[in-house]
Design a protein around this ligand. Structure first.
Ligand SMILES: [Zn+2]
Length: 316
């Protein structure tokens, strides 16, 4: 048996989810002390990185959402603040922790115009079932991140099932009521669907639209590492929108437009950039990530896997 872990503030400069999780609302039926409608499920709200939140920084020593790499967590010689947090949260709330959680919902915001969306890591059937149900109910696009050795150690991967709910655009460190409410909408719907799955039912669409991670592109750079171009104005704020060969991509300091040349392996596919000009990804050398838009048939074993897991969820 276990609870649903709901994490806000994994990145300390993303303040909307912490606001949602901290804000009390008048008690109504089905609302817990944090003002969330948890659909009768036992939910454990957690501020992922309180010290970074207090400092108004994404992290103190390293990105917490790249710190759940088992080898890093197990390495006692690594003393970074965020690895300490990863160990603490796994010890307390991990699937084998003192207060075990079976599902992790990790709430983020982004400076990119991603709207209200979902991020999954890999192809775990339960994650795909929850994402399909959420997409069916709310129309949320799904970014499926996998197989990128430069980007790993995501929080939700350490729990048996988990998704990221990502909302943007919103500047770092800024709370916007609209973003808080979008986060609440997706979170409460996810909890409602998990509660249904616990009862043995999970409405599934016939198809799931997936934006499959292909890789990331950096800005063109000078030899000293400084940016030699910016994201082209015709590409800014156009996350999820198809990018075709010859479309403007970057604008250099001489005002010249650099256009998109699709990599050979993406030929014939619908290529959609995501996290366009996300402020936090500059340090990672990412101007945006490239995805291919695919429509997958929803497989019955996805819902079966989630229902099986959700039977172990505790009631509030
Ligand atoms: Zn984040």
């Amino acid at each position: 048996m276990g609870k649903v872990l709901v994490v806000g503030g994994t990145h300390g400069n993303e303040c909307n989810a912490p606001w949602l999780l901290r804000t009390p609302r008048p008690d109504e039926g089905g609302l817990n002390k944090n003002g969330l409608d948890t659909a009768g499920l036992a939910v454990l709200p957690l501020l992922g990185n309180p010290e970074a939140l207090a400092a108004g920084r994404r992290y103190l020593d390293r990105d917490l959402n790249r710190s759940f790499e088992p080898a890093l967590v197990a390495d006692p010689s690594r003393g970074e603040h965020e690895l300490g947090l990863a160990r603490r949260w796994l010890d307390r709330y991990g699937p084998l922790g003192k207060e075990p959680c079976l599902v992790a919902l990790d709430l983020h915001s982004t400076t990119a115009a991603m709207g209200n969306c979902l991020v999954a890591y890999g192809r775990r059937p339960g994650d795909l079932a929850l994402a399909a149900a959420l997409q069916h109910r709310l129309g949320l696009p799904l970014y499926l991140h996998e197989g990128d050795p430069a980007q790993s150690g995501y929080l939700v991967e350490s729990w048996p099932c988990g998704l990221v709910i990502e909302v943007g655009p919103v500047p770092q460190g800024v709370i916007q009521a609209r973003v808080v409410e979008q986060t609440r909408l997706a979170l409460e719907e996810a909890l409602a669907l998990l509660a249904q799955a616990r009862q043995g039912v999970l409405p599934q669409p016939r198809e799931l639209v997936v934006h499959l991670h292909h890789g990331s592109l950096d800005l063109p750079r000078h030899p000293d590492g400084s940016a030699a171009a910016v994201v082209h104005p015709q590409r800014q704020n156009r996350d999820w929108q198809p990018l075709r060969a010859g479309d403007p991509l970057f604008l250099d300091q001489q005002g010249r437009t650099l256009v998109f040349e699709p990599p050979a392996e993406l030929a014939g596919q619908t290529v959609c950039p995501v996290f366009v000009n996300e402020a936090a990804y500059g340090e990672k050398g990412i101007a945006f990530s490239l995805t291919s838009r695919q429509t997958w048939p929803v497989r019955p074993e996805w819902a079966e896997a989630l229902i099986q897991l959700a039977r172990g969820l505790e009631a509030a």
